[in-house]
Design a protein around this ligand. Structure first.
Ligand code: ZN
Length: 494
């Protein structure tokens, strides 16, 4: 049967990618330093074989033979997504792919040094080169609106610049207003309580406990330590989370683990019978991020959640004894415009993303020249956040993405926040007692709701259609703004 043959090829390629990601996980968590040279060879060989499998002309032949012949909805979805992946992989000539890999490896290194030296001009030439290569990629992949669409589509299939722009334009004004109101409020939480001493061993136990209470299944996953936290996994029965511990800061491990658990529970909820095919894979980066943000922020930073778990935190950490629940909830929900995206709170975060989207869209179209990026960054930062970076380290050199050739990636973070709020509002409509359940520490009903509405479908629907089906509405900023006002105005006495 051509369909079964096709699925066989697709699985082979995806299983090789799974091996690749396991090797990657190992490099970040377990591998001794001197293992690196061999690991680099192992990874590049697996990547090369996987690429060969993904671009095997037999996949193209089978796709042509199966065109219009899907016999059910599941086949429709698998064929649609296999076709998309095959087209993306085969439209780019091998020497262009190699060139981009080569240039971005150098660019990452150049960027690292340019950032350390606060020297944007040192990074500018290779950034120009990368942008030119990515324009070629966009032109080869094709697009109906603008070039940037072809790049965005890599991370958020089906999303367009026009749609992102519509949503972000509507969001930037109201969000900047909210940030201004919060910044000028007389009531400001005391964040120093999060910077007391939190022994590492106690953090490890507590972080693991947090993952368990939200529903991460440790019989189908692990939690380890890495320099940068991540979630990796290609099969629902084996999902790897990582985190890091700072003894002088409570938040990174606890909220980092809640965040990665959100990603991990999505992966654990994908249908195992469709593993290694699109129906067994996550919809998009934006939908993935909606799961992590919901558990980290909407659940994990809610007052209801800590009504149940703050006594446990106090029992685990002497530093929290004598701290009131109000003071704690204020501290973990502090909003303050800052220059660094990865340290941003959930209210200002999307403004950081809007800034990057507006700039990179112009960088790809060519209306923003590379030499003008630092000034454009400062101007937008002032406009959106009301603050201006003193140097490019805190400005346009702060993120690694552009040096990796990842353009169109940033919007998925903000889309994740918007999807999360929209899903969470729908979950509350479906389960009016959800806040009460969270207050009792009963988090299973929310996970079950996510499982049946989102996880179990894999890539059956694209993000836009999924949002419409689950919430009865297209992507909207209102649930997010409503959530932000409802949560932060009380904290700041507004
Ligand atoms: Zn994430």
């Amino acid at each position: 049967m051509p369909y079964d043959q096709l699925i066989h090829f697709v699985k082979e390629a995806n299983i090789l990618s799974a091996v690749e990601s396991l090797l990657d996980w190992d490099s970040e968590t377990m591998m001794p330093e001197r293992g690196l040279p061999a690991r680099a060879e192992e990874l590049s060989m697996i990547a090369a074989i996987a690429h060969e499998r993904r671009t095997d002309p037999r996949i193209g032949d089978l796709l042509s033979r199966l065109d219009g012949k899907a016999s059910n909805e599941q086949q429709v979805a698998n064929l649609r997504e296999v076709r998309r992946a095959y087209d993306r992989a085969t439209k780019l000539p091998a020497d262009l792919v190699r060139k981009i890999a080569h240039v971005s490896t150098i660019a990452k290194d150049v960027w690292g040094r340019a950032r350390a030296d606060n020297d944007f001009p040192a990074f500018a030439p290779i950034l120009s080169q990368l942008l030119e290569l990515k324009r070629q990629v966009a032109d080869l992949i094709g697009y109906s609106g603008e070039r940037y669409d072809a790049l965005l589509d890599e991370f958020e299939p089906g999303m367009t610049s026009a749609e992102v722009s519509r949503v972000f334009s509507a969001l930037r004004g109201p969000l900047s207003d909210i940030v201004r109101q919060i910044s000028t409020s007389k009531r400001q939480p005391d964040t120093s309580i999060l910077h007391r001493h939190f022994p590492r061993a106690a953090q490890e136990t507590f972080a693991r406990r947090m993952a368990e209470v939200v529903g991460f299944d440790f019989s189908a996953g692990r939690l380890d330590v890495s320099k940068h936290p991540f979630c990796s996994g290609s099969f629902p029965g084996d999902i790897r989370l990582t985190t890091r511990y700072y003894e002088d800061f409570f938040s990174p491990s606890v909220f980092g683990v809640l965040h990665e658990s959100g990603h991990g529970m999505y992966e654990q909820g994908l249908p195992a019978e469709h593993a290694f095919t699109p129906l067994g894979q996550a919809v998009s980066l934006g939908i993935h991020e909606s799961q992590s943000r919901m558990w980290e922020n909407m659940v994990g930073r809610s007052r209801e959640f800590w009504e149940k778990f703050f006594p446990e935190a106090q029992a685990a950490f002497d530093s929290l004894k004598g701290v009131s629940l109000d003071a704690f909830c204020g501290a973990i929900n502090t909003v303050k415009p800052s220059l660094i995206r990865v340290e941003a709170d959930e209210v200002t975060y999307n403004l950081h993303i809007i800034l990057r989207f507006e700039l990179e869209r112009d960088m790809i179209s060519g209306t923003l020249a590379v030499k003008d990026i630092p000034d454009a960054w400062r101007a937008k930062c002032r406009e959106l956040l009301g603050i201006t970076p003193q140097d490019d380290r805190e400005g346009c050199l702060q993120d690694i993405h552009w040096s990796m050739g990842s353009y169109g990636y940033f919007p998925t973070y903000a889309l994740g926040n918007l999807y999360a709020a929209q899903f969470f509002a729908a979950a509350k409509m479906a389960m009016p007692d959800l806040p009460e359940r969270i207050r009792r520490g009963e988090l299973r009903p929310l996970l079950d709701w996510l499982r049946s509405n989102i996880h179990q479908h894999g890539q059956r629907y694209r993000a836009g259609e999924l949002v419409q089906r689950v919430t009865g509405q297209p992507l909207s900023i209102e649930p997010f703004l409503g959530y932000i006002r409802g949560k932060f105005f009380p904290v700041y006495g507004l």
